[in-house]
Design a protein around this ligand. Structure first.
Ligand code: DP6
Length: 353
């Protein structure tokens, strides 16, 4: 039996794709044109905490994000919040819900929080409504909120298989390696100075698929690179992992650039980071670090512990030149988990009664 008027709280974390998802074959169900691979961040570096309470006494749904009440009539929020309705239907309940979600990311980093937020929300609602969904089923629901969220239901190294079916039942994320698989692996989350508003990834992807003739070759290229990086992870070969990561990030950003009208997420600081990492690799005579960028100018630099000192040195030089604001490091992290009731984020004042 689901518990009404009881608060459930969970925490989860974002992921960074090394083989990128960019382009949908079905916009309504959020089905991607290619499979993608990501690593889930350690919650110690970045996490989202989300509390939910279902109640018949609430007149309407309430959603607070990072302390601010959200407008559930806003198109973007409404679209993503539809997964809550979906889960309510599975539970056969019409109880309204209060959702309070808080991102504990480096402040004002502008780092994508939707993956972490949606994955954590699906996870906590599964518990609150006692749906008993499997990770696969949760991943399928999260995917329909935001594609990259499908991958944050799992920890470690994760692959979101694109699937073939029209109904999307075979398009979900699976764990390739557990979070303790490669303790030496380090991701440097590099926050660059920025203020500019970016094109939302949803609109950006749509434009790429619709206008870019180069997009035709993306699926096969991503597919073969995915096979290559999987092998590299299996062999714990950081050079190969980093080379695939760099190549895939650049391929995606080249597709964005050649979309009509052109979409550009990288800025001068991003290019300075790319230059610096490539210079470092050249100096070492082998690839010891790889960079990747999502729909924004912030970088993720992956390496392993024995090279981390060199990466830090390079990054602190960029910091001195005012190119980057700060760096946070993360290893592979776990998927979402429940927190005790005492960690509730829901305050009486938010419930408006
Ligand atoms: C560049 O998952 O945010 O981060 O499915 O439209 O919500 P929607 O897009 P979203 O896109 C993520 C794009 C990316 C690459 C990636 O995470 O794979």
């Amino acid at each position: 039996m689901m518990a009404l008027d009881k608060v459930f709280t969970a925490e989860g974390s974002p992921n960074i794709a090394l083989i990128k998802y960019w382009g949908k074959r079905d916009e309504r169900l959020i089905l991607p044109c290619n499979s993608s691979l990501s690593i889930t961040f350690d919650r110690k570096a970045m996490r989202t905490v989300t509390s939910v309470m279902f109640s018949k006494r609430l007149r309407k749904d309430i959603f607070y994000l990072d302390g601010k009440k959200q407008d559930l009539d806003d198109k973007d929020i409404k679209e993503r919040f539809a997964i809550v309705e979906k889960m309510r239907r599975i539970a056969k309940t019409d109880a309204r819900v209060a959702v309070v979600s808080q991102n504990y990311f480096p402040t004002a980093s502008g780092l994508a929080s939707s993956a972490s937020g949606i994955a954590t929300l699906v996870y906590v609602i599964n518990k609150a409504l006692v749906l008993g969904l499997s990770t696969k089923e949760m991943s399928i629901i999260a995917r329909q909120g935001s594609g990259s969220a499908s991958r944050s239901l799992l920890g470690g190294v994760v692959v979101w298989n694109k699937g073939k079916r029209h109904d999307g039942k075979d398009s979900f994320a699976q764990q390739l390696f557990k979070e303790d698989y490669w303790p030496e692996l380090i991701d440097n989350i590099v926050v660059v100075s920025t203020g500019k508003k970016k094109v939302p990834s949803r609109a950006g992807m749509r434009a790429t698929v619709n206008t870019n003739p180069l997009f035709k070759q993306r699926a096969s290229s991503a597919q073969s690179r995915l096979a290559e990086i999987k092998k590299a992870f299996k062999a714990k070969d950081i050079s190969k992992v980093a080379e695939c990561t760099i190549a895939d990030s650049n391929e995606m950003h080249a597709l964005m650039l050649s979309t009509i009208p052109s979409i550009r997420y990288l800025n001068a600081a991003s290019y300075a980071i790319m230059d610096a990492i490539e210079e470092l690799n050249a100096m070492e005579g082998k690839t010891i670090a790889g960079y990747t960028f999502d729909a924004g100018p912030n970088a993720n630099i992956i390496t392993i512990r024995k090279y981390q000192g060199k990466v830090t040195r390079v990054l602190s030089q960029l910091e001195k030149r005012g190119m980057i604001s700060y760096v946070k490091t993360s290893g592979l992290g776990e998927g979402p988990r429940m927190l005790p009731e005492s960690r509730s984020l829901i305050k009486k004042s938010m419930l408006g009664r």
